[in-house]
Ligand binder design. Structure first.
Ligand SMILES: NC(=O)c1ccc[n+]([C@@H]2O[C@H](COP(=O)([O-])OP(=O)(O)OC[C@H]3O[C@@H](n4cnc5c(N)ncnc54)[C@H](O)[C@@H]3O)[C@@H](O)[C@H]2O)c1
Length: 345
């Protein structure tokens, strides 16, 4: 019989429910506790998922009393670092955190440092890596079906931090995990959004060049996105367009007009969440790098902050990033650089 893990969920809103699906699907997870500042949210998650778990309104008390080995952290973005720190200090072995990593670059680096020094495994919920269509697209690209990938078009709904992270993660997975080399971006601040506790722009345009020479044009939010959220990877012999959840819109091999990508069975968000939990636990046991590792999330997040920093410097920004730890976007917003009164609330 495989080992079971004392498991807890912190934050029992929308994403807490998403993680509960993946946790329920894995026999190794024994859910011992649910924590939410709104007791009712935790109680209703327990009832809906048939979980016989203790309920807490203070996650630190829960960590102290229940000593979970696995925690799903499903909180608004500013809480990702402090709660991860609390978990690592309490001896949690693996934290499955919601994306994006954190509101500032320094907080993201701090998450990586805590993970490295404590040995607590951290993964970020770019669950779409487990979508069958994304796995197939990656296989086709790696097998050279479209020749050598030369450029990509990256599309995301607003905003760069909250949604851009999914598109950049998808692009990195199609591009052999090659880190970015430089980035140059522009933000449209005629409308300021506030999502999950973090202010953001309404639209971003930019260019990213990766270390392997692939060039990407990107649009995050705004009108006239031609394929919706997703990635078009263009190679020397063809191209493939894949939406976020792995829907293959078009796949063309120039010299074989009749070629079609192999058919695959449609899968769902629930299947992706089962993959998130299964792989995190497998990797905890094997010591391998998780598919959704903190290091991969950091690579996607570095692109986000490089684009923001290029807006601040009005210059192309080389990676790895150096010389700042804030969010250039939030700093500019606070300084009133996007117009009087336009501070995002
Ligand atoms: N992976 C994805 O596809 C995806 C989709 C949507 C949102 N997200 C991300 O998930 C995160 C959470 O979003 P959500 O939709 O679940 O939000 P939500 O508002 O539905 O749920 C958050 C829950 O956390 C609780 N909470 C707040 N402070 C707390 C604290 N200190 N301790 C314990 N509980 C606390 C709230 O009461 C609420 O129930 C965000 O960072 C968001 O960017 C990811």
């Amino acid at each position: 019989m495989s080992k079971t893990y004392r498991t807890a969920i912190i934050g029992c809103g929308g994403r807490g429910r998403g993680h509960a699906v993946g946790i329920k699907a894995d026999d190794r997870c024994q859910v011992v506790a649910l924590a939410d500042v709104k007791e009712e949210a935790a109680r209703s998650l327990a009832a809906d998922f048939g979980l016989n778990a203790s309920i807490y309104t203070d996650h630190r008390k829960m960590l102290e009393k229940e000593k979970p080995e696995i925690v799903a952290s499903c909180l608004w973005t500013p809480l990702h670092l402090p709660v991860f720190r609390n978990c690592a200090e309490a001896g949690v072995r693996a934290v499955l955190s919601e994306k994006p990593m954190a509101p500032t670059w320094g907080e993201c680096l701090e998450i990586a440092r805590i993970a490295r020094e404590s040995g607590c495994q951290i993964t970020f919920c770019h669950q779409r890596r487990f979508a069958r269509g994304n796995l197939l697209a990656r296989q086709l690209i790696e097998a050279g079906r479209f020749g050598k990938i030369e450029r990509m078009d990256l599309y995301s709904p607003p905003n760069l931090l909250d949604c851009g992270t999914h598109t950049f993660d998808q692009a990195l997975s199609f591009n052999g995990e090659s880190p970015a080399k430089w980035a140059l971006g522009a933000v449209d601040t005629s409308k300021i959004l506030k999502w999950f506790g973090v202010s953001a722009e309404g639209m971003v345009e930019g260019t990213v060049v990766f270390q392997n020479g692939v060039r990407a044009a990107l649009q995050v939010g705004g009108p006239d996105m031609d394929i919706g959220a997703g990635v078009r990877a263009v190679g020397s012999e063809g191209f493939i367009e894949v939406l976020w959840d792995g829907q293959i819109q078009r796949a063309v091999v120039y010299r074989e007009p009749d070629w079609q990508p192999p058919a695959f069975e449609a899968d769902s968000h629930d299947d992706h969440m089962a993959g998130v939990v299964r792989n995190a636990l497998d990797c905890l046991e094997s010591g391998e790098e998780p598919v959704l590792s903190g290091q991969k999330a950091l690579r996607a997040t570095e692109i986000i902050f490089a684009l923001y920093e290029s807006v601040r410097r009005r210059a192309r920004v080389e990676l790895p990033l150096a010389g700042f730890t804030d969010s250039p976007f939030l700093a500019m917003l606070e300084n009133g650089e996007f117009g009087q009164g336009n501070t995002g609330g």
